[in-house]
Design a protein around this ligand. Structure first.
Ligand SMILES: Cc1ncc(COP(=O)(O)O)c(C=O)c1O
Length: 442
């Protein structure tokens, strides 16, 4: 498409936007002079602030402070949060933890994962999913992703299963959902527990039921960037009474629920949530439905605009994903439609237009993390050369590598403003596309 054709398409598109009401009047058809070449940026105002709080959070925190019971063993804030979150998730139990990482660590501890065990995970995830496996000295086995959805490719799981496979950790990435039908089918066939890493997907739903409630257990994070935020924090949800008790014990120094200090029965640590986190989370929960609704409206609108821009492919969802929580809004960037402009330069130009964006994860399976594991003396003692070679072979993951090279993402707070913010994102991308050849030369 040449510049003139593009301008015509863009002008037509902006007429279309007027269907969406007054907010869309901010859409400009002027695609000249990108900010990176000295022009005016499309956006000059800040993105919606995160975290969101007011007197609701202030009074909840003060109440916890003034109550003087700051430890979950003596107060009732964490218990209150566990009840509320279990109810919202539609799960029988919720066990709160200090973080999403410790929630995952706890579930693997409750499964008694240890040296010699293999745990399947996708490579496109935050490194915590991998770290919790190595914390138990088990072997992480990567199964490649489906590039269209960025999720674990469920069709490839079965080929990675061995007699040593003791858990599968699908990651519901970016608020989206994994293909839980296929994952549970394979897991059931081989009798392997599924621990859903739903750290990024609060309120997301697979076939109308919240993610995290489909497998043996699901783990959530309340770290500062997450859609439900307490600075730090985590939770495990499960419908299994015995598993809930094992998880409770693991996060509380290996003590079964309700027992005295001397009754240690298994491995464990202090991975407990504080009363302040419990209080803050209950207050933040009063906001999540409204925020989720706004994210969905904006994300769908943005998706409808971006999919019409050549070279921009918004992340897809499986048909079974009945609710995407849009923790991230991601798309694949194809430089061929931008005069060969590299992704890094594209992102730089977009940032200069006032549209914050980032690339997302690097190709973890080829990173130093993995090389260090192969060289780790404990791993060398625990696993034969053949086993470590098989582990290395599972690190190939070509789809993951491809995604890591082309992914671009926005964060959830960028979806919390008015619809006109979405128009600005689309406008800035079009502006860069029209001027890509000139940006290349600069
Ligand atoms: C997919 C995934 N798993 C696990 C975690 C770990 O959660 P936390 O940071 O609360 O320990 C995160 C956090 O970013 C995550 O995104």
């Amino acid at each position: 498409m040449n510049r003139r054709e593009f301008l015509a398409t863009s002008a037509a598109a902006s007429v279309g936007f007027s269907l969406f009401g007054a907010e869309s009047s901010t859409v400009s058809t002027s695609l000249s002079h990108p900010a990176i070449l000295g022009g005016n940026p499309v956006r000059t105002t800040a993105w919606p602030a995160w975290p969101v709080f007011d007197e609701t959070e202030e009074s909840a925190m003060l109440k916890a402070l003034r109550g003087g019971k700051w430890f979950r063993g003596s107060g009732n804030q964490v218990v209150g949060f566990e009840k509320a979150y279990a109810k919202r998730a539609g799960a029988k139990h919720c066990v709160a933890t200090s973080s999403g990482t410790t929630a995952l660590l706890t579930t693997l501890g409750a499964l008694n994962i240890g040296p010699g065990d293999e745990v399947i995970l996708p490579p496109y995830t935050f490194v915590a999913t991998y770290n919790v496996i190595t914390m138990h000295y088990a072997l992480p086995i990567f199964v490649d992703i489906d590039i269209a959805t960025s999720q674990l490719d469920a069709e490839k799981i079965e080929a990675a299963i061995t007699p040593n496979t003791k858990a599968i950790i699908p990651v519901h990435l970016g608020g989206n959902c994994c293909d839980m039908d296929k994952i549970l089918e394979v897991a059931k066939k081989h009798n392997i527990p599924v621990i859903e890493d739903a750290c990024q997907s609060h309120l997301a739903e697979w076939r109308g039921k919240m993610v995290g409630t489909w497998g043996t257990a699901g783990c959530f994070s309340f770290q500062a960037s997450k859609n439900l935020n307490a600075g730090e924090g985590g939770a495990i949800v499960t419908n299994d009474d015995d598993f809930a008790n094992l998880c409770f014990g693991f996060q509380d120094q290996g003590r079964p629920k309700g027992t005295k200090f001397e009754h240690h029965y298994t491995r464990g640590a202090n991975l407990r949530m504080t009363e302040f986190q419990g209080a803050l989370l209950q207050a933040q929960m009063t906001r999540i439905e409204e925020q989720a609704k706004r994210r969905t409206e904006n994300a769908k609108y943005l998706e409808s605009m971006l999919k019409d821009i050549p070279g921009i492919q918004p992340q897809q969802s499986y048909a079974g994903c009945t609710r995407n929580a849009y923790h991230l809004f991601a798309f694949r960037y194809n430089a061929e439609h931008f005069a060969g402009l590299s992704r890094d330069k594209f992102m730089h130009a977009l940032n200069r237009e006032g549209i914050e964006c980032a690339a997302g994860y690097v190709h973890m399976p080829k990173g130093t993390h993995i090389q260090n594991l192969l060289a780790n003396r404990h791993y060398q003692r625990l696993y034969s050369k053949d086993v470590l070679e098989r582990f290395a072979a599972h690190c190939e993951c070509p789809q993951n590598k491809a995604l890591c090279e082309v992914n671009v993402r926005f964060t959830q707070n960028q979806l919390l403003g008015p619809r006109s913010d979405m128009n600005q994102i689309a406008e800035a991308i079009r502006k860069i596309q029209v001027n890509a050849a000139e940006i290349m030369k600069a």
